[in-house]
Ligand binder design. Structure first.
Ligand code: NAD
Length: 287
């Protein structure tokens, strides 16, 4: 029987740890604050932003909310970011993606001070991760490392396969597994013989964006399977990139959807907000 890796429980532990750290900072007279910017009223974004604000409230981080109209220009958004970059009382800046078509996302991400980029998307933070320097790490892959470590899964020396090479999940995931001394392979839409490659993996991370694509025939007996995908099926039920029912009897541990990777993203965002204080004190990403 596979161990079910409980993301709800582990994310709650992390949020409680963050809450302690925020309280300790407050005792030193320091407040942690996150600015959350949403442009337009995409319903999914509104839910995500609401959840982030709720998490801030739980851990004691002050959240500053900026709800901008759909027709906001890029210059207006950049001017807001410039102002927040300058403010000493703002530690983290988060711009909810996706942005309306008139705004270039990479220009916006690039404008956030790397020291306040709690999403870990700024090229300076991606570069810092790549060369093993301190910096912010994208929340979902950072959360997966926590899931593995706190479930007693050893990464060092293991064959790790990341399926997906997006900038926010696949690539940083591969770099983090490498940092933990895994032997890492990255597969993507042009990969040939995916089943054969996957059947060698001790740790398989599926970030493909295709409902239940990873079936038992992709998975090595005893592997650890991490499912990043989130989809809603025809009946409105959530499912992942992994076909849980066929895969779980084959593996040693697996994350469910919902209740696996999903809750970790916001917990790691909170952790990044607290860590931003030390990074800002240091004044640069150089460690
Ligand atoms: P994406 O669409 O940007 O990237 C998908 C990747 O999968 C691409 O790199 C592509 O090359 C690869 N791919 C597509 N088809 C493939 C195939 N047939 N074989 C092998 N590789 C293939 O998606 P993303 O932003 O990385 O997200 C992946 C999934 O994770 C989505 O379902 C998304 O909703 C989910 N997600 C969840 C969280 C969370 O908090 N749990 C966070 C981010 C993304």
């Amino acid at each position: 029987m596979a161990q079910i890796i409980d993301g709800r429980k582990i994310s709650a532990q992390i949020k409680d740890e963050v809450k302690e750290q925020v309280a300790a900072l407050r005792r030193q007279g320091r407040e942690v604050a996150l600015a959350v910017i949403q442009v337009g009223q995409d319903p999914a974004s509104t839910v995500y932003v609401g959840n982030k604000k709720k998490a801030c409230e739980y851990v004691g981080i002050r959240s500053l909310s900026y709800e901008l109209p759909q027709e906001t220009t890029q210059d207006e958004l950049l001017a807001l970011i410039d102002g927040l970059n300058e403010r000493a009382d703002v530690n983290g800046i988060l711009v909810q993606l996706p942005l309306p078509g008139q705004i270039d996302e990479s220009a916006v991400i690039g404008r956030i001070s790397p020291l306040k980029d709690v999403d870990g998307f700024h090229p300076a933070n991606v570069g810092a991760l790549c060369i093993g320097r301190p910096g912010f790490v994208s929340c979902t892959p950072a959360g997966i490392i926590q899931l593995l470590k706190r479930s007693g899964v050893e990464i060092e020396g293991k064959e790790c396969l990341v399926i997906g090479r997006s900038n926010i999940v696949g690539k940083p995931m591969a770099l983090l597994l490498l940092r933990e001394n895994g032997t890492v392979t990255v597969a993507h839409s042009r990969t040939r013989n995916l089943k054969e490659i996957a059947s060698r993996a001790d740790i398989l991370v599926a970030a493909v964006g295709r409902p239940r694509m990873i079936t038992a025939d992709y998975v090595k007996e005893g592997a650890v399977v991490i499912d990043v995908g989130i989809h809603r099926n025809e009946g409105g039920k959530l499912c992942g990139d992994v076909d849980f029912d066929s895969v779980s009897p084959r593996c040693s541990a697996i994350t469910p959807v919902p209740g696996g990777v999903g809750p970790m993203t916001i917990a790691m965002l909170m952790k990044n907000c607290v860590e931003s204080v030390a990074l800002q004190d240091a004044g640069s990403l150089r460690g």
